[in-house]
Design a binder for this molecule. Structure first.
Ligand code: HEC
Length: 209
C-alpha cells in the first residue's frame, strides 16, 4: 500500500512539473504577483485589466495602479501643492493666493517664461497678449491681457484658470509645472500696460479711430 502511495505521488509530482513548465512565458498560478508583474510605469504599456485595477475598492483582489504619484507627495524642486481644488467657489477666492515668486523675474528667467508663454499660450493669446494669436480666428472670446479686466485680475485667479482651464481654454497643469505657471503670469504682466488708466486710454483711442 505504501509503495502505491509513493509511486502515485511521484507520478503526480512529475505531471505537475511537466504541465507547469509547458509554456515558459506563462508564469502559471502566481503566488507573488508583484514579482511576476512590474508595478513600474512602462511608457505606453497596456496593463492587463484582469490583474491591475485603478479602482481603490478593487485593491486587494487586484494590483492597484493608477499612474498617479501618491497623494501628498511632490516632485523635487517643485513648489508646494496648490491648495484650491476645482470648484466654482474656489475660483471666487482664488485671488487670495499670492504669487510665491515675489518681485520681478531676473532677465534669464523672464526670457524662459516668455518662451513658455509663446509655446503654450501665444497661439491664442497672441505674442503681445492682445488675444490675436493664430487660433483667435477659430476660438472666440479669448482673454485680451491688455484690457483693464486682466490688469486688475489677481495672479491667483490667473493661476486658478491656467491650472484648471476656463471655458474655451484647457488646463495647462500637465504642460507647465506650478513654478512655470506662476512665472508665465509674471511674463503676462510685462505685456500689460502698467495701469488701468493707460489701458483705458489706449482702448478709447482705438475705438475713436
Ligand atoms: C486654445 C486657446 C487658448 C490657449 C492656448 C490659452 N488660452 Fe488662456 N484663455 C483662452 C480663452 C478663450 C480665455 C477666456 C476664457 C473665458 O473667460 O471664458 C482664456 C482666458 C485666460 C485667462 C483669464 C482667466 C480668467 O479667470 O478669466 C488667463 C490668465 C489665461 N487665459 C492664461 C493663459 C495662459 C498662461 C496660457 C498658456 C499656458 C493660455 N491662457 C493658453 C484661450 C486660450
Amino acid at each position: 500500500m505504501k509503495k502505491i502511495t509513493i509511486i502515485a505521488t511521484l507520478i503526480l509530482t512529475t505531471a505537475v512539473v511537466i504541465i507547469g513548465c509547458k509554456d515558459k512565458r506563462d508564469p502559471g498560478k502566481i503566488y507573488m504577483p508583484d514579482m511576476a508583474y512590474s508595478r513600474g510605469y512602462e511608457t505606453y504599456a497596456q496593463r492587463d485589466s484582469s490583474i491591475f485595477t485603478a479602482d481603490p475598492n478593487d485593491a486587494g483582489h487586484k494590483i492597484f495602479y493608477n499612474n498617479l504619484a501618491p497623494a501628498g507627495t511632490m516632485k523635487r524642486g517643485e513648489l508646494f501643492p496648490y491648495p484650491l481644488a476645482f470648484d466654482s467657489n474656489n475660483y471666487k477666492i482664488s485671488g487670495q493666493i499670492q504669487n510665491p515668486i515675489v518681485g520681478d523675474l531676473p532677465g534669464k528667467e523672464l526670457e524662459e517664461a516668455g518662451r513658455l508663454y509663446n509655446i503654450n499660450c501665444g497661439i491664442c493669446h497672441g505674442e503681445k497678449g492682445a488675444a490675436n494669436g493664430p487660433l483667435s480666428a477659430k476660438i472666440g472670446a479669448i482673454a485680451n491681457f491688455t484690457q483693464p479686466k486682466y490688469i486688475d485680475m489677481a495672479d491667483g485667479t490667473m493661476f486658478y484658470s491656467i491650472t484648471y482651464g476656463l471655458n474655451n481654454m484647457g488646463s495647462y497643469a500637465s504642460q507647465l509645472s506650478r513654478e512655470q505657471r506662476w512665472k508665465v503670469i509674471k511674463y503676462i504682466r510685462t505685456l500689460q500696460p502698467k495701469t488701468i488708466a493707460t489701458a483705458s486710454a489706449a482702448a478709447d483711442s482705438t475705438t475713436a479711430k
